[in-house]
Write a protein that binds this ligand. Sequence first.
Ligand SMILES: [Mg+2]
Length: 147
Amino acid sequence: MFLLLAPEIGLEIKQYYIFMIPIFNWKNKRVLIVEDEEVNLKFLEAVLRKTEAELLWTDNGVDAIEIVEREKNIDLILMDIRLPIMDGCEATKIIKSRYKSLPVIAQTAYALKGDEESIRKSGCDEYLTKPLDFEELLETMNKYLAD
Ligand SMILES: [Mg+2]
């Protein structure tokens, strides 16, 4: 199934630019978004809305750990790396030490190459670079969310 997404992410369609992306249904899935920049959060919300996944959100690593502990049934975490209070690598390490099978998809800006090694060591399952390619993001998430 395909869906026209462009208006939802606020892109101006001056000509017939049509963004066709595959839509997955994750109706009973819960995704925790850990992201401190509003524009990135809005992007993720727009891309994920049609999947019907339940979205939880926090802007820092400490709260992310707390939410995982409290909610118990998170299916996947989208983890930004540069975060206030506790960064995404540190938070991922702690979460993975307690919930080994909980998938964590890390994201960081392409320019921040120095993050790569610490991201790999953190134990995250996947690592995507920003700006995110929404098709790649959805395909990557589906590896862990498909029934
Ligand atoms: Mg950030």
